[in-house]
Design a protein around this ligand. Structure first.
Ligand SMILES: Cc1cc2nc3c(=O)[nH]c(=O)nc-3n(C[C@H](O)[C@H](O)[C@H](O)COP(=O)(O)OP(=O)(O)OC[C@H]3O[C@@H](n4cnc5c(N)ncnc54)[C@H](O)[C@@H]3O)c2cc1C
Length: 437
């Protein structure tokens, strides 16, 4: 196998966006992506809810997401490449107490240019068909379901098509001269002395060592000047064995597709008017357990999921095969459906027609992504459930670190400066994210 200047492991949104920016900004360099599946975006990126928002509590997250959203809009509107951007908006339904607790965050969002619009309970009842804002049933009391008193609407939020977005990056990367090796897994990172002296057992502790590429599952080696580990939930499997903490904690997340056909009130809900140009319900977050409802008009269904933190284990070394992580019908029935039918009774008795699961990759320190270099290595990940919407910004940061080192100042889309070291561990300087869905 020939040598490369840069090798990127993983072709999810983060890996393929990184490869694209690396190749574009270093046109003379040979860049290779190694991906164990058959195409880009087939793992967690393709299994995600594919929503985007700039309504984060962390100003850093607002910046990273906002710039990436602007780039995706630019691709669609200016370059004429459909990546499925559909600004349906996010509607956070909140109790009185939740809104008061969020006021500080909202003020800071507005100060940072994040547009939000408030809805009263009355406006919400008129706009969202069937919404029960007052929770008075025995079941509601048992579950401590709060009343809905307010709505916070984010218009620069919506949904995208991850297969189209990653397809855009793949095609542009290949057109710029990049190469992709699909169906090939990187088994381990190659660690070597910078200056080899030819004695068995190198590298010794007194030698300066570096990552020199990867060994593939078939035993072949791919050598590279810089190796970028963008393997998402599987980062630790490559970095930990060489003594570099991959900082990825995986957790299963599930989505349930519920058909809107056959129940007229569900159809009315799906196509609730007045929120967005698409004429659909926005992405709605209920005031309990982060339960969310995504309208998918093409397939006439809702995708429904929930914060799933308690009793759901973290995994440092998850199985490579995502098919082994199954969605659980009982989780829909006993957890999600119980809350859902109280706020939107038209869902009572309605069951999902399909369901699937994927992995969130958390950085449990602050729920914020990380990008950091070691000798011959750049590690990127920890996007904590919002990596699709920040993928472009993370790709630009990887490229900036490659070209200018750990303290590089990246230029995010829209000429937004962002210092890469803020997302490192040695010089970390980011605000914690509290609104993880
Ligand atoms: C149910 C669910 C809903 C979500 N909803 C959203 C959402 O609405 N919005 C949002 O922005 N994010 C969402 N996320 C999170 C989002 O999916 C991730 O943040 C994002 O996909 C991370 O991208 P990635 O490229 O790091 O990971 P991945 O897409 O998982 O890509 C990693 C790639 O690396 C490859 N790989 C791993 N190890 C190796 C190896 N050793 N050799 C070769 N290849 C390897 C994998 O095959 C994979 O293709 C959701 C996630 C889930 C599970």
């Amino acid at each position: 196998m020939q040598d490369f200047d840069i090798l990127v492991v993983g072709a999810g949104i983060v890996g393929i966006a990184s490869a694209y920016h690396l190749q574009r900004n270093s046109p003379g360099k040979k860049v290779l992506v190694v991906e164990r599946l058959g195409d880009v975006g087939q793992a967690n990126t393709g299994r995600s809810n594919a929503m985007f928002r700039n309504t984060f509590t962390s100003v850093d997250n607002q910046t990273l997401a906002s710039s990436a959203i602007d780039f995706y809009m630019h691709v669609q509107n200016d370059l004429g490449i459909d990546v499925g951007m559909d600004s349906i908006g996010y509607m956070w339904l909140m109790s009185e107490a939740q809104l008061s607790a969020a006021e500080g965050h909202i003020r800071r969002m507005v100060a940072n240019g994040v547009e939000v619009k408030r809805y009263s309970e009355e406006e919400l009842r008129r706009a969202i068909p069937g919404l029960e804002t007052r929770q008075r049933s025995d079941d509601s009391r048992l579950m401590s379901l709060p009343d809905v008193a307010h709505g916070l609407f984010g218009p620069k939020c919506g949904r995208l098509a991850p297969e189209k977005l990653t397809g855009f990056y793949r095609d542009a990367f290949v057109e710029a001269g990049g190469k992709i090796l699909f169906n090939q897994s990187a088994r381990k990172l190659l660690v070597e002395p910078r200056d080899r002296i030819g004695i068995d057992g190198e590298p010794f502790v007194w030698q300066r060592s570096r990552v020199a590429g990867v060994e593939l599952a078939d035993g072949k080696e791919v050598r590279a000047g810089t190796t970028v580990v963008a393997a998402g939930a599987w980062n630790n499997k490559l970095t930990d064995p060489m003594g570099t903490d991959g900082h990825a904690k995986a957790k299963k997340r599930q989505l349930f597709a519920v058909p809107a056909g056959g129940v007229p009130l569900l159809g009315d809900l799906l196509f609730a008017k007045g929120f967005n140009p698409s004429g659909t319900l926005p992405f709605v977050i209920l005031p309990k357990s982060g339960l969310f409802i995504k309208p998918v008009k093409e397939s006439n269904e809702f995708w429904i999921g929930c914060e799933d933190e308690v009793n759901r284990p973290y995994m440092s070394y998850p199985d490579d095969d995502l098919e082994k992580f199954l969605a659980e019908p009982a989780y829909y029935e006993n957890d999600i459906h119980q809350i859902l039918k109280e706020y939107l009774p038209q869902f009572a008795g309605v069951r999902p027609s399909r369901m699937w699961a994927g992995l969130y990759s958390y950085n449990t320190l602050d729920n914020m992504p990380y990008v950091f270099p070691e000798e011959g290595l750049i590690v990127v990940g920890g996007d904590s459930g919002s990596g699709v919407m920040k993928g472009d910004s993370l790709g630009r940061l990887v490229d900036a670190v490659y070209r200018d080192g750990w303290d590089a100042e990246a230029s995010l889309y829209g000429d937004v400066p962002y210092r890469a070291s803020k997302l490192s561990f040695a010089h970390r300087d980011v605000e914690r994210e509290d609104w993880v869905l």
